[in-house]
Each structure stands twice: as C-alpha cells, then as structure tokens.
Write a protein that binds this ligand. Structure first.
Ligand code: SAH
Length: 250
C-alpha cells in the first residue's frame, strides 16, 4: 500500500474513534440529565433553599431529611411534577399533604433527638412520617382512613423505613401500647387538644398541633413541664379536620 493511503487509513480510523467517543459522551450526558429529572434532586434542593431555609428553618437534621426524602413519590401520580411546589397537594380520599414549609416548621419545633420515639396522628401519604424517621429512632403513625393508611404502609415498607409503624385507627386516643412518647405531631386539626395525647407525652416532651375550626386554626406547641402543658402559638394554618372513624369532627 502506498504510504499516502496508510496515513489516510490511520486518520480515518482516528476520526471514527473520536466520533464514537463524542456520541458516547452525549449519550451519558443525556442519561445523567434524565436521571436528575426522574429523581427530582434539583427540585428538592430548590425547595429546601427557596421555601425552607429562606424562611428561617435552620435545624440541620430537618434540612438534611427534607433534601433526602423523595416527596414526589408521596403525592398522587398526576401531581408528581408539582410535588416540590410551595403549597399542599391532594393525596386521595379528599386529603392533602402539607406544604413543605409546614412540614419543616412542625418538625423543627419538636427539637428531635436521634433516640426519640415519636407519635404522629394523620399518616396521610406517609411523607411527614418519613421525614421524622430520618431524624429520630422510631415513628408510630395513625391514620383514620383505611385506604390511605394501607397505601402509606405499603410505600414506606417499599422504601425500607423499618423504623415506622403505621396503624389504621382513631388517633384521638393516641397509641397506648407504645406510650409514653418523646414527641407528638398532629397533622389534622381538632377543636381542642385531645387529653390522651397529653397523657401519652413524656415529661419534657413536646406536642405540635393545629387547633381550631377550619378558618381559624392556630399551630400550637405544647411542652410538658412538671406535668403541666405550657402553650406557645406559632402561626395561623389550615389543616383538614380531625375526625373519628364515623367521620364525625372532633
Ligand atoms: N401527615 C400527612 C398529611 C396528613 S393530612 C402527610 O405527610 O401526608 C391529615 C390526615 O389526618 C388525613 O389523612 C386524615 O385522614 C387524617 N386524620 C383525620 N382525623 C384523624 C384521626 N382521628 N386519627 C388519625 N388520622 C386522622
């Protein structure tokens, strides 16, 4: 083969290799972009910065948990792309998952420790329970609507949250078998604070609870000090009402 042709073949082969490397690079970039979109990590980071840190939430455990828990898996599928928006969303059975900031502030005020045992009333989608489970030792969560309780249980099991126990029942009564609790979070609103929840709280523990009629609710933190409940009002809120198993409002 003449020398010129040899050189030509080498150049052609090199050009081909370069093209293959370029195509592979583009493919891996597209794949990375697709992965980022499908695990919503950018949206989660944006949610934490623009809705949570910017409003003064600074508990590192809360921020870390909310950066980690995939909120989009807890909302109704057709709302997945809106899961990181600054508002509540439907989760089925006429119920809603709270706005991310509300989840953050309620978790922060409980001042949780990694050895804590927490009771949640109103499992809903299971999102708040997952955020709590990232921070503390164990979470006991009660949901009055069977279809929601079962769905949340299934999802949390699939996500391997072995430190969350969900039961279907009326959370107004608390969960006596696992009491006392270091902290209690109520994510539905009664018009008064249920006595069993006060009784099932440890000395020094905190309850965070929305209280009042639909358009006049306040988020309250109660701290048990020497058996007495000390009250602090946080912000006005709008939660779904707390109801018993027959659907009657408390
Ligand atoms: N924490 C949830 C949002 C809860 S919405 C989440 O992260 O998705 C409030 C939930 O409280 C609803 O699912 C509602 O069915 C439930 N609920 C209302 N009354 C209740 C009661 N007495 N006991 C337990 N759950 C109750």
């Amino acid at each position: 083969m003449p020398k010129f042709h040899k050189v030509r073949t080498v150049i052609d082969n090199l050009w081909l290799c370069l093209n293959i490397v370029f195509v592979l690079f583009i493919m891996s970039e597209c794949n990375a972009q697709e992965m980022k979109k499908s695990d919503y990590s950018d949206q989660r980071e944006w949610m934490v910065r623009s809705q949570i840190q910017s409003r003064g939430i600074n508990d590192q455990n809360v921020l870390k948990a909310m950066r980690k828990v995939p909120r989009h898996l807890f909302v109704t599928e057709s709302y997945r792309d809106q899961a990181y928006g600054d508002y509540p969303l439907p989760i089925g059975a006429g119920q809603t998952i709270s706005q991310p900031y509300i989840v953050a502030i309620m978790t922060q005020v409980l001042d949780l420790d990694k050895t804590d045992k927490v009771l949640e009333i109103g499992t809903g989608s299971g999102y708040q329970a997952a955020v709590l489970a990232e921070i503390c030792d164990s979470v006991y969560s009660i949901e009055v609507i069977e279809s929601l309780g079962e769905k949340a249980k299934e999802l949390l099991d699939k996500m391997k949250y072995s430190n969350i126990k969900v039961k279907v029942g009326d959370g107004h009564q608390g969960w006596i078998e696992h009491a006392p609790f270091d902290a209690i979070i109520v994510t539905c609103a009664p018009t008064h604070i249920p006595q069993p929840l006060k009784d099932q709280l440890k000395e020094g523990g905190k309850i965070v609870i929305p209280v009042g009629e639909l358009y006049a609710q306040e988020l309250i933190v109660l701290t048990k000090e020497k058996g007495e409940m000390k009250r602090k009002y946080l912000i006005p809120v709008r939660f779904v009402p707390m109801k018993n198993s027959e659907g009657k409002k408390y």
